[in-house]
Design a protein around this ligand. Structure first.
Ligand SMILES: [Zn+2]
Ligand SMILES: [Zn+2]
Length: 295
């Protein structure tokens, strides 16, 4: 599988999860679009609850606007609903009361280009809720509004549990901004796409050609068979996470001293497959690569 770092195209910054006054957010769709454009984003998806905002009616000002939605069917193991985001919507799916997660996801995917599970930690989802879902590209590994609102922004554990059981899931960072408090511009994906169009964005998402960030930039990850080298904005810690099927999750600290550095090397061992990288800057902000399936 080609990684984002070896894929053709340019890096695009985007947020794929956002609420407006069309559901329970505080900014109008156009106000939200204007804010992201002013903050240098290249693409944006508005994902109101059970509603697809017609972004063709908005002025993106050069930013690509992608139709999106968030649904929340019931049935999670611990009693919550299972929130899922659909991107690249070609219409608005009917909401069928009582429909369980896979049925609702199947209905969503008749209209979506790409779907993923939102904020597992906020929803108290277990891996057992996510593991059987067919038709998702992955899970939100970071969600700004969950971080600011309840202090449960990351969902690395649920992601790794699914990886360890053989699911090839990607990890996304999003804002999920509602603007009830400071939840804008804190989580995003850096996507490698051949052009800044809806079609290319959705294709790159489906291919996993992106990494997730709440701050750091990952310039490059190179794997030559014996060594994995990470180049990034100044970071103080780097971890390799290897949720090996059948052998549990194993992490290695591959960098980190008192000084921030911009290059880190990990000697690869046999059986470290898949492997994903986390970099952490001095402010504690993280960036997460998708897993590398080395075979
Ligand atoms: Zn949600
Ligand atoms: Zn949401």
């Amino acid at each position: 599988m080609t990684s984002a770092f070896d894929a053709p195209g340019d890096w695009l910054k985007g947020n794929l999860h956002l609420h407006t006054t069309v559901s329970d957010g505080e900014k109008t769709p156009q106000q939200a679009v204007d804010g992201y454009r002013e903050h240098g984003y290249d693409f944006l998806s508005i994902t109101d609850h059970d509603r697809v905002v017609d972004v063709d009616e908005l002025d993106g000002g050069g930013m690509t606007l992608v139709h999106g939605i968030e649904i929340a069917p019931p049935g999670a193991e611990l009693g919550q609903t299972i929130h899922m985001v659909g991107i690249g919507m070609s219409g608005e799916p009917e909401k069928v009361e009582g429909e369980m997660a896979q049925q609702a996801l199947d209905r969503l995917n008749t209209l979506a280009q790409v779907s993923f599970v939102a904020h597992p930690s906020w929803s108290s989802l277990t891996f057992a809720d996510i593991l059987p879902l067919e038709g998702i590209i992955g899970v939100e590994v970071f969600n700004t509004t969950c971080r600011r609102g309840i202090g449960r922004g990351t969902s690395e554990v649920q992601w790794d549990e699914c990886l360890a059981r053989g699911r090839e899931f990607f990890g996304l960072a999003v804002d999920d901004a509602h603007c009830h408090y400071d939840d804008l511009y804190g989580g995003w994906v850096m996507l490698r796409a051949e052009e800044n169009t809806r079609e290319a964005i959705c294709a790159a998402l489906a291919a996993g050609h992106f990494y997730a960030s709440s701050g750091p930039t990952i310039e490059h990850v190179a794997i030559d068979g014996e060594t994995l080298r990470v180049e990034c904005s100044p970071c103080v810690e780097v971890f390799a996470v290897c949720p090996m099927p059948g052998r549990g999750t194993t992490n290695w600290r591959i960098g980190g001293g008192r000084e921030a550095a911009t290059a880190f090397d990990l000697p690869l061992r046999a059986g470290t497959d898949p492997i994903r990288i986390v970099v952490i800057d001095e402010a504690g902000r993280r960036a997460w690569t998708n897993p590398f399936w080395l075979d």
